[in-house]
Design a protein around this ligand. Structure first.
Ligand code: AGP
Length: 609
């Protein structure tokens, strides 16, 4: 995923471009660049490998002239290593057209071969570079027409910004499959991949739809199809609070977002759960239609996939409706059995994950009804679903997902109660009791967070371990997967989540005194089984960190270290068990000096396959 921004108006473009990139750095940060058209009609490009501060250093050494129109880009490499020549903007050979791009041009090799055959010289290894050369091929004085013709040759996903010194008063933007918004200011207009880039300048936003392009000039915006047909558009007001996207005194976004979880979940409960009854505004499906579904499929990636796995346990337990969960990249290629009696639930924090979007399109084509659980309003996934259950967790800037995960879990609990009402799963009395326990969860998470210092101490004692195993059973098997993902993606320590019952079928060979094993062992009907696992680990000198229920003294005899969580309904323990696992991963990564908010090789949303 990459971040693109653009500006046209009466002010100096460069400060906005740099500020906008910094607010999008979470989308990718291996290189960045700017392109500006100066009043004397010259196109100036500066780009550099590394974070945006490296670009600022370059601009200080090699400044650009003042300009009122420009585009900029912060990159997460897909084609071509992170380096200056592969950074955006990319230009045509004559240096009159500049392009920034987020996405993948799937047919770029054939386009590149055709252009090379015509004598075009390429400077980079990227797919993006073909776009500027194509526009140049079609340019006959009208930039808009040239862009329209060029993008009709492209296949794949793209959000682009284009400027040209031969048409210095026009900024063109277009999107298919990657997010792009248009900011409407006072005598100035913006393009951006996401709201944080422009929020300080305007809250008035046009969400460009797939297959649309926007033409920005200093006197206004036009929206049209790639064929040039004018399209109506609405200017929405964004309620997003910028300070919500800042650290607010925490050392990292991730720690702030971990501590925001009780309030996020409290608001979700307050909004949607009253007296055991759930209201799911945005579901977009009637109770009658909900009742007609004979199966549910969940598609998601990464952390969202783990939330889906927990969702399966909850929905099957409460509503007795069969649920299958797939990683999106597998679902779409396995010829899934989906029809009009299938409810497909797509889970995605960003709503822009390419594989999940593709899975949704596959399911819709086979007749399924799609509901998404999403955190970003107006995202591509939201627009492609019959119903959207927004988690309203606020911006999640840390690449490692925390509050979005527990918000997704909460949404599954609420949805399961709704499905139980409609399908007649558990009886009303049990449903109301469960709902009451659910409403108490935010307060229980606050209790766990008060214990953060103890968790930091446990992390410090285990930061030197070279490998971790996470074990859980039943509804906490996904908790083991998610705990392992949290650790590996921010500390780079190999960590594997496993169903504890599977330990003897292989992973036990890993156990020795150099191995740390995290065992999720809350009080439940399978607690004894977890104690057996812990004993098997200890007998092989493994070190055990146990997540256990407050008041459980027995576990002290078995585990090297114990982190307690409050007692709650057995189905609700995933909402609690993940909190110490998030903190454990965070503190270990900090102890190891890792870049917690922007881990190497990762991006906040994977908008390419
Ligand atoms: C989670 O910590 C990771 N950053 C990653 O696995 C993420 O959950 C995955 O890429 C899915 O993203 P989405 O929820 O935006 O679709």
């Amino acid at each position: 995923m990459c971040g693109i921004v653009g500006y046209i108006g009466n002010k100096d473009a460069l400060p906005f471009l740099i500020e906008g990139l910094k607010n999008l750095e979470y989308r990718g940060y291996d290189s960045s660049g700017v392109g500006l058209i100066t009043p004397d009609g010259g196109l100036q490009v500066r780009k550099e490998k590394g974070k945006i501060r490296c670009l600022e250093d370059l601009l200080a050494k090699d400044p650009v002239k003042k300009a009122h129109i420009g585009i900029a880009h912060t990159r997460w490499a897909t084609h071509g290593a992170p380096c200056r020549k592969n950074s955006h903007p990319h230009t045509n050979s004559g240096g009159t057209i500049a392009v920034v791009h987020n996405g993948i041009i799937e047919n770029y090799q054939s386009l590149k071969a055709g252009l090379i055959a015509k004598g075009v010289r390429f400077l980079s290894d990227t797919d993006t570079e073909v776009i500027g050369h194509l526009i140049n091929e079609y340019f006959e004085g009208d930039l808009v027409k040239a862009v329209q013709r060029a993008i009709r040759d492209l296949t794949g996903a793209f959000a682009i910004g284009v400027i040209s010194s031969d048409d210095p008063s026009t900024l063109v933007a277009a999107r298919v499959g990657s997010p792009l918004i248009i900011g409407v200011g006072e005598g100035e207009y913006f393009i951006a991949s996401d709201v944080p880039a422009i929020i300080r300048h305007t809250r008035r936003v046009i969400y460009l739809k797939d297959g649309e392009m926007a033409v920005l000039r200093s006197d206004g915006v036009e929206v049209m199809t790639f064929a040039g047909k004018k399209m109506p558009f609405t200017v929405d007001k964004v309620t997003f609070q910028m300070d919500a996207a800042q650290k607010q005194g925490y050392p990292h976004f991730m720690l702030k977002e971990i501590h925001e979880q009780p309030e996020v979940l409290r608001q979700m409960v307050a909004l949607r759960l009253k007296g055991g009854h759930v209201t799911l505004d945005g579901l977009g499906i009637s109770d009658r239609k909900l009742k007609s579904f004979t199966r549910i499929k969940v598609v998601a990636c990464g952390t969202a996939y783990h939330a889906g796995l927990v969702g399966r346990y909850i929905i099957e337990e409460l509503a007795r409706v069969p649920v299958e969960v797939d990683v999106s990249s597998e679902f779409r290629y396995r010829s899934p059995i989906v029809d009009k009696r299938t409810l497909l639930i797509a889970v995605s924090q960003s709503g822009e994950t390419a594989d999940t979007l593709a899975a949704v399109r596959e399911a819709r084509a086979r007749g399924a009804s799609v509901v998404s659980i999403c955190n970003v309003i107006g995202s591509s996934l939201a627009r492609e679903s019959a119903g959207v259950l927004y988690t309203h967790a606020g911006p999640e800037i840390g690449v490692a997902s925390t509050k979005a995960y527990t918000a997704q879990l909460m949404m599954f609990y609420l949805l399961a109660i709704k499905l139980a009402e409609v399908h007649g799963g558990v009886d009303v009395k049990e449903r109301v009791k469960f709902a009451k326990d659910l409403a108490a969860v935010p307060g229980l998470i606050r209790e766990i967070l008060k214990n953060a210092k103890h968790i930091a101490r446990v992390a410090r004692k285990h930061s030197h371990y070279g490998c971790f195993l996470y074990l859980g059973r039943n509804i906490n098997y996904p908790s083991a997967l998610e705990g392992a993902l949290k650790l590996k993606e921010i500390s780079y320590i190999p960590a594997e989540g496993y169903a504890a019952g599977e330990m003897k079928h292989g992973p036990i060979a890993l156990i020795d005194e150099y191995r740390a094993v995290v065992c999720i062992a809350p009080q439940s009907d399978i607690y004894e089984k977890m104690i057996s696992n812990i004993q098997e680990i200890l007998s092989r000198k493994g070190k055990v960190i146990a997540i256990a229920t407050e008041g459980d003294a027995l576990i002290q005899q078995h585990a090297t270290k114990v982190i307690y969580i409050p007692r709650t309904h057995k189905l609700l323990t995933p909402l609690l068990a993940i909190i110490p696992l998030q903190l454990l991963a965070y503190y270990i990564a900090v102890n190891r000096g890792c870049d917690v908010d922007q881990p190497r090789n990762l991006a906040k949303s994977v908008t390419v396959e």
